[in-house]
Design a protein around this ligand. Structure first.
Ligand code: NAG
Length: 242
């Protein structure tokens, strides 16, 4: 009788012990997940993110010769493009001045630029990508302004994208341009370009949410669109940090 009781006690002690151990493990596990979330995923508020990205792009981008030395070590690829871009034709500078004026007037934070070709020597600035607070969905979004002119109808072509995360390749892909669709921020399918895409002047403003699930770090996105002759008609790069 006595013997049985003490055995029961022992058993219940080990049982509680195991449960206690399980709770501690679960607690540690949950704390670790939470710490990982705080460290890598929880972004600062939108205002802070925009402040973090202020002047960042112009520091990284190809036209700013002064930043060459600081960037050269990180990315040899960026650097070669910079070297070819030191002497810009006057017409290019005029376009740049117009866009920089536009950014200054509106107090926009630029995180990207779009050109009419990928050739660093002859390309002309045709657009800007800025970072904004996303009032509708929360967090931050990008807005791209484009004013470009196509010399002839675009009847065929491809859309290329290449994304780097903390200077490592993350994702690249390409699609047929004609009839290419994508989902906008409200989840509706939209056509990017219908072919033939008429020659002449085009003016666009497009918003794109920066997804909240992206981890913290530096994102570099290169996008280029080619026509039926495989010439790039638009070529853009954006760099932002989260
Ligand atoms: C872009 O085009 C629109 C429409 O023609 C014009 O109102 C705007 O000033 C242009 N922006 C720049 C920076 O050239």
């Amino acid at each position: 009788m006595n013997h049985d009781k003490s055995r029961d006690k022992n058993m219940s002690r080990t049982f509680i012990g195991k449960r206690g151990c399980c709770s501690i493990c679960a607690f540690i596990f949950i704390s670790m997940i939470f710490a990982v979330y705080l460290t890598y995923f929880r972004h600062p508020p939108a205002d802070e993110l925009i402040r973090m990205n202020n002047h960042r792009f112009s520091m990284d981008s190809s036209h700013n010769v002064k930043s060459d030395s600081s960037n050269a070590r990180q990315s040899p690829e960026l650097d070669t493009e910079k070297d070819t871009n030191v002497d810009l034709p006057e017409v290019v500078d005029k376009e740049r001045a117009k866009w920089e004026n536009f950014l200054r007037e509106k107090n926009y934070v630029s995180i990207g630029e779009v050109f009419d070709s990928c050739d660093a020597k002859s390309r002309k600035l045709v657009g800007q990508t800025i970072m904004l607070k996303d009032e509708k969905h929360g967090g931050v979004k990008t807005r791209t302004f484009l004013n470009f002119t196509t010399e002839s109808d675009v009847t065929d072509g491809e859309f290329f994208i290449d994304v780097k995360y903390n200077d490592n390749d993350l994702f690249d892909n390409h699609w047929e341009l004609c009839g290419l669709t994508y989902y906008n921020d409200d989840g509706e399918e939209e056509v990017l370009a219908d072919c033939p895409y008429p020659k002449g002047f085009h003016s666009y403003t497009k918003d794109r949410k920066i997804p909240d699930y992206l981890p913290k770090g530096k994102f570099e996105t290169n996008i280029w669109i080619t026509d039926q002759n495989k010439d790039a008609v638009l070529c853009g790069r954006s760099i932002f940090v989260l």
